[in-house]
Design a binder for this molecule. Structure first.
Ligand SMILES: NC(=O)c1ccc[n+]([C@@H]2O[C@H](COP(=O)([O-])OP(=O)(O)OC[C@H]3O[C@@H](n4cnc5c(N)ncnc54)[C@H](OP(=O)(O)O)[C@@H]3O)[C@@H](O)[C@H]2O)c1
Length: 222
């Protein structure tokens, strides 16, 4: 997959590094593609860096990994070139003090992004896992769960593959409006991380066979 990674911080650098190591064609989009801070990352990955629109132009999928306050300025610049591309939104609409979300219940960051760039195929993903988990999703015998949601099946399949390829256990959570559930989940993760769990913690969803509700049919053992 040709991937534009917009933002070269904790998330962008980590996922860009990992996808590039898997053989994907990664181009970093940066406010300043020539900044010295980027040189070790570019040297290590062999990837290139350019401005946001140039990175998006040559990509099939775009990871939006900038702070929430920068999302709309970035979208404004890439609106003309993001048409039909998979736009992976890993952002969380954190308030200025990082103690809560700026929205929820009736909308989400992902839906606001989709409204702003209606031609893009937005998938919410990677927002509820830490950069440390992105670097290595394996926890003991089981991989961390990666919840994602979106309205376009083809785009979700691309994101599923990108997540699975770096070791996550991806779970489709339905339509993009379910970002209203995934963004607060990130807030829960942040709370745990700052209250003893640290960045090396992640959610895992577990499943077993059997039925419990009257509407379920198999293995009714109640
Ligand atoms: N950190 C995590 O564990 C984590 C996990 C899940 C989701 N997220 C979400 O992912 C997004 C990126 O998080 P991050 O931890 O990677 O952030 P970060 O380390 O601060 O990096 C963000 C990058 O975005 C670019 N950027 C564009 N406008 C900016 C501005 N006004 N100020 C600062 N940087 C700007 C910068 O790259 P250039 O200098 O190259 O432009 C910067 O390196 C956020 O929305 C966050 O909520 C974070």
């Amino acid at each position: 997959v040709r991937i534009a990674v917009l933002g070269t911080g904790n998330v962008g650098a980590t996922l860009g590094r990992r996808w590039s190591a898997c053989g994907h064609d990664v181009c970093f989009g940066s406010r300043d593609a020539g900044q010295p801070r980027l040189q070790p990352l570019l040297k290590q990955t062999g990837c290139r860096a350019c401005d946001w629109p140039a990175a998006v132009e040559q990509a099939d999928a775009v990871l939006l990994s900038v702070p929430w306050k920068s999302v709309f300025p970035v979208l404004q610049q890439i609106a003309g070139v993001v048409r039909n591309k998979v736009l992976i939104d890993c952002t969380n609409p954190l308030n200025a003090s990082f103690t809560g979300l700026e929205m929820g219940f009736t909308t989400s960051a992902a839906e606001q992004i989709a409204e702003r760039v209606p031609d893009a195929r937005v998938v919410k993903a990677f927002n509820m896992v830490s950069a440390a988990t992105m670097a290595d999703p394996q926890y003991g015998a089981a991989p961390a769960t990666l919840f994602y949601c979106g309205d376009d099946a083809e785009s979700k399949a691309v994101v599923h593959g990108l997540a699975e390829g770096i070791g996550f256990s991806p779970v489709d959570c339905g339509p993009l409006s379910h970002a209203r559930l995934l963004e607060p989940l990130a807030m829960l993760y942040i709370h745990l991380a700052f209250h003893g769990w640290g960045s090396h913690c992640a959610f895992q969803v577990v499943k077993r066979s059997g039925s419990f509700l009257p509407t379920e049919t198999e293995d009714d053992d109640c």
